[in-house]
Every structure is written in C-alpha cells, then in structure tokens.
Write a protein that binds this ligand. Sequence first.
Ligand SMILES: [Zn+2]
Length: 547
Amino acid sequence: MDASRDEDSPYRAVADRSSCLDRIFLLMLLAGLLAGCASRPTAGAVTPTTFVQPQPSATAAPSPSPRRPTTTFPVVPSVAPPTPVPSATPTVDVCPVLPADPLRPRYRFDVTADPATHRLRIWQAVTVADPARLEMAEVVFNVPANGVAGVFALEAVHLAIAPAQAVGTGPLRPTAVMLDGATLRVRLPSVAMRPAALTVCLDYTVRLPPAGHEGISAMHALGWSELGMVAGYWYPVLAPYVPAAAGGTGRWLITPYHPVGDPIVYETADYEITIRAPAPYQVIAAGLMRAEAGVWHFRLARARGFAFVVSDRLVASQADVLGIPVRVYHLAEHGRAGQSALRSVQEALPLFAEAYGPYPYTELLIVEAAQFGGMEYSALMTFSRDWFAAYQPPATDADFGADLLVRFVVHELGHQWWYGAVGNDQAHEPWLDEALARYGEVLYYETLHPTHLAWWEAPSAGMATQPINQPIYRFSDTTSYVQAVYVSGTRFWLDVRRLLGRPAFAVFLQEYRERYQDQIVSEAAILALLRERLGPASAALWSTYFR
Ligand SMILES: [Zn+2]
C-alpha cells in the first residue's frame, strides 16, 4: 500500500493508519534513520585473493613528465610467500610521480565506464610525500570494493619515486603485493636514499553489482540500476598512517570490510579524475572542469571520498545557497522532490554554516539513486529513489520538513562538516561523525520546524541508551548499530549541550571544527577536549555513554 500518495506527509500517514506505522517505522529505522551511513548484513561477503599476471593497462595513462622508472608486478595471494621480482623491462611510463603536498596525498584516476557491462576500467596513481609514510616498508590501502566477491579485480601494480636517482640504475619494484579482503599491502624495496615522494599506481577493474533495495550495506555505495552506475566505494583508499608517539609505534588505519556501517577512513586528499563514458551518458561528480566528446575531467581539492554517477536518466534542478551552487539530479517525474531537496539545503546550509563554520566545498550535488537510505561523499550525496518517489508536498508551506527525504538531506549535509571538514575513523569510531550528523537533524527541526520535532523523535523515542563508543564490527544488525551510534550518540551531544549551556556548546563546536579541520580526529582527542570543558560534570556522561 502506498500511503504516501493520498496523505500529505509520512507524519500524517503514521497518525492515520496503523498499517502504515510499521512501514514508516521500519523505513525510518532500517533505511534512513540510520541514514546513509548505516547498513545491514548481507550474505556472501567474502575475502577473495587474486592472482593475475601483469598486463598492459587498457586505459590511457596521462603523459607524465619527466619519465620515472616503473615496473609491473603480479598480484599474489596473501597466503603465498613474497613473489620474486620479475625481470620485466618497463616499456611505457604508466606511473608518474605527481606533485603532492606533504600534508595530503594526491590521487589521479583515468576511468573508462561501460554502462552496458556495468564495468569500470581504472588506472589509479597516488603520490605520498609525507615523511612518516616514506619511511615505511609498505604502503597499505583499504579496498571496500573487495569486500564482496566478484567486484574488484587488481591487475597490475607499479611504483615510482622522486628523485629518480634514488633507485640507482634499476627500476623500483615492490617486493610483494598482497590483497587480503579489503586490505591491499604493497611492500616496498629498500632504496639507497630517502625519496621525496613515492607513487603507487594500480590497474584494476570494478564490476558493479546490481543496486539493491533490500537492506543497506556499504556495497550499496557501489551498484548499477536503470538509473545508471553509482560509484561510491570504488577505489583503493590510501590507509592513513598515524606516526608513532614518543616511545610508541606508528600504525596504519586499516578498516576491514563489514556489512554494517561504513568500513572506511579517508584522509584529506587532492583528486584529479578523468572519466570516459559513452553518449548519451553524463558523468555526475563534484569538481567538473570540462567535458568534451564523452571525456569528463574533474578536480577536487582537500576532499575525503570522491564519488561519481554515470547516468542517462537524470535531470538537474539547481539553486544558489550562500554563493554555493547546489544541483539535485533526479528523474524528470520527481521534480517536486528535487525542489524539496533544494529547499532543505537552502534552509540547513546557512544554519550549519553559522553553527559549525564555513561549508567546506565550493559546490554540492544531490543525486537520486537506486539504493537504501542516503550516503555522503565530499560535496556529493546520494539518496534513495524511494524517498524521491514517495515525496508529497505539504498541505501548507509551514508544514514543510516532516518528510524522510528532507530529513536525510539534512543529515547527509551535516556530514559535509562531520566527515568532510573533520574526518574520523568511521569503522572504529563511527559515533564521531554519525552522532553529530544526527545532532544536525535536531538543530534543524528545533530551529526551523519545531512542530515536527515529535515526528522526528518518534521512531527512536522508546530506544534504550547504549554505549556509543563501539566499532562497526561489534554490530551484526543495523537496528542495534543505530540505537547505539546514532540515537544514543545524539543523546550524548544533547547532554553535553545541556551541561555546557547553549552558548558554550556553540563555541565548542566551532573550536572543534577549526582545530581538526582537514584532520582525522580521534575519540581520545575529543574526549580530552570535553573533559577540559566539562570538568567534574563529565563523570556521569562517561558512565552513561561509554563502555
Ligand atoms: Zn550518517
């Protein structure tokens, strides 16, 4: 039964029809409430290993200059001993050292999208220039796309360093390449002198799975449907490296795949992406520089995750919010929902900019997709087409807001600060971004639509408070994950606000964002900050919200 078609809003549907209560409640708990960032277990997740002989890249690599020594290596199963380095002679320079800031890595991609076969053929280069990683014996990537069998196929790995003389006369070769589940390790050879920069180049294919409507998982950030191809978790993400503290040891932030939550962590990086797609498809992504003859070029600086959508179905509605161009890509028949998404941003973005600090990017894209819930990336957010399809304009203008699409646009918009501006380990400390993104929902409704606060709170009102400092790996179902990380996490921040008082809490959020802008904040750091502000009053909070 489609109650939304003859009711003015989901709220009224809940109030008037008990049969719809379960539907709406379930929808809010399992799809959206947990919005975007949550997921439920899916069967069949495996941790395949791959062994593929090196072969030439099918995509044209950018022409690097100057020429760097490169070589190609087989990918070996993690259970195998390190493979002897083959005596390959590089014939083409497919691995340039990119100009990288020591503070953040630089990615370059050349992607060929084939909507007919749902495949992405990808060449990826990532250059690091930070001293801590350059001293390591390996470079580690988190590859969520390899969390499910049959999606990710690594074909070749190349290395390059600058200055080239550092390697002497021979090419630089990894001593081993190991892909074990969602963890890719590239072992580096020792070099005569410490390089100023290191590039790891990867050739691989991503075969998108069908986008699913049943439940949500991180793999739904990667899928195809009649709306097009959604590439969310599509590339190997350089694992952040935490240098050793005095007397300690450094560590890679490794996020094994898990079907609940977001099994990923992004450091701030600079992106340069070329994507080829056949006519009449368009490529939707943030940072468009130019598009010509089916070749789309993007640049996105100081970003976390880069996502794109390839579609021949979506049309755009757009608006300008505080000088930020905002575009909503939706099916032509969902124009009113697209307008409501725009209005949500028009209302929430100024509110968040005042509460948290400047919006961290120069544009914002919202894309309708065949998925469950919503999902955040830097300057781009995707939302379930079910929410677009179910959208009903309110009876009066004053009733605007009591709608799942509106609510979760607000939620994912909050992630542009809590995930985008301030990063965190979303796998091991997911409450850091999720609880504040959901706090943004409270801020939105209590400030702009207070009559809808009860509607907003209804699905979670009866949930008991749970410890919030739990990694995604502790949860096997989305409901308990949401109860702890989202619902209890929001209650934690509301208690902090009550103890500090609203003015001091507002100052705290601004300072928190400023201090950790472009960084990966840790739970230990934020709790130390809170102890400092709250003093003895914090004791009760710790026992209630932390295990
Ligand atoms: Zn979220």
